[in-house]
Design a protein around this ligand. Structure first.
Ligand SMILES: Nc1ncnc2c1ncn2[C@@H]1O[C@H](COP(=O)(O)OP(=O)(O)O)[C@@H](O)[C@H]1O
Ligand SMILES: [Mg+2]
Length: 259
């Protein structure tokens, strides 16, 4: 398997939110990891350990202080114009709260058409077919296109967010706590949808979660973060059966079991 992402010694720092102080927070501290094409890599760790910041660096929402991020071997901050243009099509994100990531004033049809309008020159007819197909794939009806985000349940909205993330056929989906705001039964549906989409579309997934049960079900490999550092990494089986670090053991012990 090729490496989709190679993260080398990545450090991301934020200026302190408190303007009085001239200090900073090191949110990601010298993290190196690779994400292989076709795998589901899970990042675990408690709130504040730097998971979302790492995801934001991969999608260029924050600029690292030091280190490198290579996408298919090329530094994402040194891309050619064509690579820059293509990058958002290849790397898509899904967030915890689909309600805040979907524009409440746009109908679902418009929400799904927008990425096609921006990134392709497909005909109206072709866009319509793509929208129809993707809605079907994520388990929504075509007449959803006429409705607004608030007319859907939380789980359905996450299906819409998944549809939008998939509509340009990305190489990777970065899912940052995508089910953390949903009820347990709905969580399982969305996780299974992600699993199914990955299988059908040869996707790579970076799955970020503090929920180890979900990770165990979904991930091929797991990285454990603690205070900005990647402290342990391994196959899902090895991390769950033979954790090496004390912190990993504590995390595993504190996870309620899923029935
Ligand atoms: N925009 C920001 N400005 C300042 N500090 C931030 C900002 N975003 C996150 N942080 C801090 O960076 C650290 C890592 O946060 P985050 O990446 O959101 O962690 P996680 O996703 O694992 O909960 C935390 O200490 C958090 O308070
Ligand atoms: Mg987070």
């Amino acid at each position: 398997m090729d490496n989709l992402f190679e993260i080398k010694n990545l450090t991301v720092e934020y200026k302190s939110l408190n303007k009085e102080e001239n200090s900073s927070v090191i949110a990601v501290n010298g993290v190196s990891l690779t994400i292989k094409e076709g795998e589901t890599y899970a990042l675990a760790g408690e709130s504040g350990c730097g998971k979302s910041t790492l995801a934001k660096a991969l999608t260029k929402l924050v600029t690292p202080k030091s280190g490198e991020i290579l996408f298919l071997g090329k530094n994402i901050f040194k891309q050619t114009r064509a690579e820059k243009k293509n990058y958002p099509k290849e790397v898509q994100m899904i967030f915890q709260n689909p309600y805040s990531s979907l524009n409440p004033k746009m109908k679902i049809g418009e929400i799904l058409k927008e990425p096609l309008d921006i990134n392709t020159d497909y005909s109206y007819k072709r866009k319509k077919v793509i929208i129809k197909n993707i809605l079907q794939e994520v388990g929504l009806q075509y007449n959803s296109t006429e409705l607004y985000p608030h007319e859907f349940s939380g789980g359905q909205r996450q299906r819409i967010a998944i549809a939008r993330a998939l509509i340009l056929n990305p190489k990777i989906i970065i899912a940052d706590e995508p089910v953390s705001a949903l009820d347990a039964s709905i969580q399982a549906q969305i996780i299974n949808l992600l699993k199914e989409m990955k299988r059908q579309k040869n996707l790579t997934i970076l799955f970020i979660s503090h929920d180890l049960n979900v990770i165990r079900y979904l991930a091929d490999r797991v990285g454990i973060m603690y205070f900005g550092k990647l402290i342990e990494e391994g196959t899902t089986e090895n991390i769950f059966r033979f954790p090496k670090e004390e912190y990993t053991k504590t995390l595993l012990n504190s996870a309620p079991t899923l029935h």
